[in-house]
Design a protein. Structure first.
Length: 81
């Protein structure tokens, strides 16, 4: 069976602090390679052909439910009102 690829969206810019960190900008769509149940942990992801770790607290998990439409609108710049 095919493995389902999961993506998350960066809520903030993150500059790599050490070798192995994955830097990204707010709104980037990151492919999740490895994750834990907690967003307080560091996850592993891929972006633009690079792989590295990033803080789970800085992303919007696709499973996030409360206020999702508004958050997506803010991320993609389509907020109305």
């Amino acid at each position: 069976p095919a493995v389902q690829v999961q993506y998350v969206v960066a809520l903030y810019d993150f500059a790599a602090q050490a070798d192995g960190d994955l830097d990204f900008r707010a709104g980037d769509r990151i492919e999740v390679v490895e994750r834990t149940e907690s967003t307080e942990d560091w996850w592993t992801g891929k972006l633009n052909g690079r792989q590295g770790v990033f803080p789970g607290e800085w992303i919007l998990d696709s499973g996030f439910q409360v206020g999702t439409e508004r958050v997506w609108a803010l991320v993609w710049g389509t907020e109305v009102g």
